[in-house]
Design a binder for this molecule. Structure first.
Ligand SMILES: Nc1nc2c(ncn2[C@@H]2O[C@H](COP(=O)(O)OP(=O)(O)OP(=O)(O)O)[C@@H](O)[C@H]2O)c(=O)[nH]1
Ligand SMILES: [Mg+2]
Length: 309
């Protein structure tokens, strides 16, 4: 398993040979006393990798002061120092899958703007949970487009889990209500709710999500137990802005970062931890149903730094 995430991440990170890899690699291959230019290069590389300017400056300033005070003396000490910084940042948010119990049924909402990978992730998660021995039900609460229900049905058939849906234009909260009733009747452990990424306006979408949350909470104490914001890693810092818009109203408490196979800008993981203070719980590394991996801070940082050669 550990190999899988490293290999897939590395494949993703290798796809585009960015400045990050060149510059960080260059810095980490240095030997002897630390020169100011090494740290400048590291700073540029972090910025180029979409960590966000503020974070890059903060991390490298901290290294600079350690160099000044003599705590870091040689270039060889830079890589472990950066590793420790990045790990610390990620671990603060409690990165990794959410293990808090809930339910039954335990309710998870998948939210996010259109096209980020909510429906695919709902299917991938359903398969993982099923394989972990849980009974799972999918709720098709994206009623905005008829195709959304069909897409979820195709996935559900493929992985062999039931899906609760209504007609196009139905009230998503009613779909969730039905799904919870069905889950109760069938003794299902987990309900995964796929939601719409786009409505006529952002305010409508937020209102709709709020209603879904309310209905879930009324039907099952403590629900929704998990609200996962699905973010597309290839959108870089735009994704962070989307997240800020979503987070406040939708009660998001974790992130699924999709399409990490299609970007060399893995730094967005760090930006999520720093700016949103949200844990990355899962990463999507491809379009197939098995291409969802539990996020591990250690594996991620190693993949990032190892790739930098
Ligand atoms: N390469 C790659 N593609 C992904 C990943 N996750 C999702 N996709 C693709 O992204 C596209 C959009 O995925 P959906 O799951 O339909 O996204 P959505 O958020 O449900 O979209 P809307 O319902 O329109 O808001 C599809 O072509 C997926 O196959 C991933 O981790 N890697
Ligand atoms: Mg969808």
């Amino acid at each position: 398993m550990a190999r899988t995430i490293l290999d897939k991440l590395k494949r993703g990170l290798f796809m585009t040979h960015t400045e990050f890899l060149e510059k960080v690699g260059e810095t980490f291959r240095r030997t002897g006393p630390v020169e100011p230019v090494y740290l400048d290069q590291l700073e540029e590389a972090l910025i180029a990798a979409d960590t966000g300017v503020e974070l890059a400056l903060r991390l490298v300033d901290e290294l600079r002061s350690r160099v000044r005070s003599g705590k870091i003396q040689t270039a060889e000490e830079l890589r472990p120092a950066v590793r420790e910084q990045l790990l610390g940042l990620l671990q603060e948010t409690g990165a990794g899958p959410d293990t808090r119990p809930g339910g039954p049924p335990r309710i998870t909402l998948l939210v996010g703007v259109n096209g980020t990978g909510k429906t695919t992730t709902a299917a991938k998660l359903a398969k993982r949970k099923k394989e972990a021995g849980k009974s799972v039900l999918l709720a098709a609460a994206d009623t905005f487009r008829a195709a959304a229900v069909d897409q979820l049905k195709v996935w559900a058939d493929r992985i062999g889990v039931p899906v609760i849906h209504q007609h196009e234009g139905a009230d998503p909260a009613a779909v969730v209500f039905d799904a919870i009733a069905a889950a109760r009747a069938r003794g299902i452990d987990e309900v995964l709710v796929d939601t719409a990424g786009r409505l006529h306006t952002h305010a409508n979408l937020m209102k709709e999500l709020e209603k879904v949350r309310k209905v879930a909470g009324r039907e099952v104490p403590g629900a929704p137990h998990e609200v996962l914001l699905v973010l597309d890693a290839t959108t870089g810092s735009n994704g962070i802005e989307q997240a800020e818009r979503f987070g406040a109203t939708a009660g998001v408490d974790g992130v699924v970062l999709t399409k990490l196979d299609g970007t060399a800008k893995g730094g967005v993981v760090l930006a999520i931890a720093d700016r949103l203070k949200l844990p990355v719980r899962w990463v999507g590394v491809g379009e197939a149903v098995d291409d969802l991996l539990p996020f591990s801070a250690g594996e991620f940082v190693d993949a990032l730094l190892e790739t930098a050669g």
